[in-house]
Ligand binder design. Structure first.
Ligand code: F6P
Length: 328
């Protein structure tokens, strides 16, 4: 039986393109004769009853906006089963029969638990980190790496003018994809990620700088992922100091931080979000639940949530080797 009413929420860290996904979910569901309700502040909205009706116009003029009109949050109260059951009760009260959950894999766990308790959910991958194993692409990644690239290009200007080394820390707690892509796009001398940290260490970066210096190059960019600093270092400042002490090159650290999560989404993110949101609403309209959508190459796939959560994230070591070879 076709669902009469579905909900849509965004959860976890925001990502540019979330609005485009909300729009696609809403308009696809409406076009299939379903009603749509927007749930505010992630799963908190279900616990607090912070829910409103959406029509075609509720999602007008948002495709180009960063952030999320539904607001987002991480929701520890939704981890225990009592929280999930409270969410189910709210759904029953307001007539929500299925939900599209837009977020990262923490959010997918909430979607799975709700599905298991009788509210079918479809997860849509959205996080700037591109750290979800079941999909080759997550909404927000392209915008974030373009933002990172623009900022690192600016850092290069000043590093070059002063013959300095610029150590730039980019986001990515559990994946080095942002570091890899911005690093290669900006011609970083070294890229430090946790996936390659066994061999490609700060000491290795120092060796490269020393070697490159003899070849008449005097400014350097080292891109570090947040996950790399998490172990041995507190942040990029310590790495900068180590590099300066060992190479004699004046070194500055910059932590890009949350600026990478903002901004107007790129074409790539708007299109990816539109496609994924559309498919998620279609699946709910077919009575499916407990699934996540994602990309494999350029095609959209859907998997059972637990199966998806078990898929390991694969780091592109070949691309890393390309960067190592060409960035001297
Ligand atoms: O959205 C992912 C992410 O940006 C990570 O790269 C980062 O570690 C984390 O979120 C920071 O999140 P917040 O400061 O919002 O808790």
């Amino acid at each position: 039986m076709i669902m009469k009413t579905i909900g849509v929420l965004t959860s976890g860290g925001d990502a540019p393109g979330m609005n485009a996904a909300i729009r696609a979910v809403t308009r696809t569901a409406l076009s299939k004769g379903m009603n749509v309700k927007g749930i505010a502040k992630g799963f908190n909205g279900l616990l607090e009853g912070n829910i409103r009706d959406f029509d075609m116009r509720s999602v007008s003029n948002i495709v180009e906006r960063g952030g999320t009109i539904l607001y987002t949050a991480r929701c520890p109260a939704f981890v225990p089963i009592e929280g999930v059951r409270k969410g189910v009760k709210t759904c029953e009260e307001v007539g929500i029969e299925g939900i599209v959950v837009i977020g990262g894999d923490g959010s997918f766990r909430g979607a799975r638990d709700l599905s298991n308790e009788g509210i079918p959910c479809i997860g849509v991958p959205a996080t700037i980190d591109n750290d979800i194993g079941s999909t080759g692409y997550t909404i927000g990644f392209d915008t974030a790496i373009n933002t990172g690239m623009e900022l690192i290009d600016k850092l290069r200007d000043t590093a070059q003018s002063h013959d300095r080394c610029s150590v730039v820390e980019v986001m990515g707690r559990r994946a080095g994809d942002i570091a890899l892509h911005t690093g290669i796009a900006c011609g970083a001398t070294s890229i430090l990620t946790m996936e390659t940290s066994e061999y490609y260490t700060v000491e290795h970066a120092i060796e490269r700088i020393l070697k490159t210096k003899t070849g008449n190059k005097h400014h350097f960019i080292v891109v570090v992922s947040e996950g790399y600093t998490a172990g041995k270092y507190t942040d990029a400042n310590q790495i900068a100091k180590q590099i300066q002490d060992a190479t004699g090159v004046e070194t500055r650290a910059t932590i890009l931080g949350h600026v990478q999560r903002g901004g107007t989404p790129t074409v790539h993110d708007r299109v990816a979000a539109s496609r994924l949101g559309h498919r998620a609403a279609e699946l709910l309209s077919q009575g499916m639940g407990n699934r996540v959508v994602g990309f494999s190459k350029n095609a959209i796939f859907d998997y059972e949530i637990n199966e998806a959560l078990e898929m390991p994230k694969v780091f592109n070591k070949e691309l890393f080797q390309v960067a190592e070879t060409i960035s001297f």
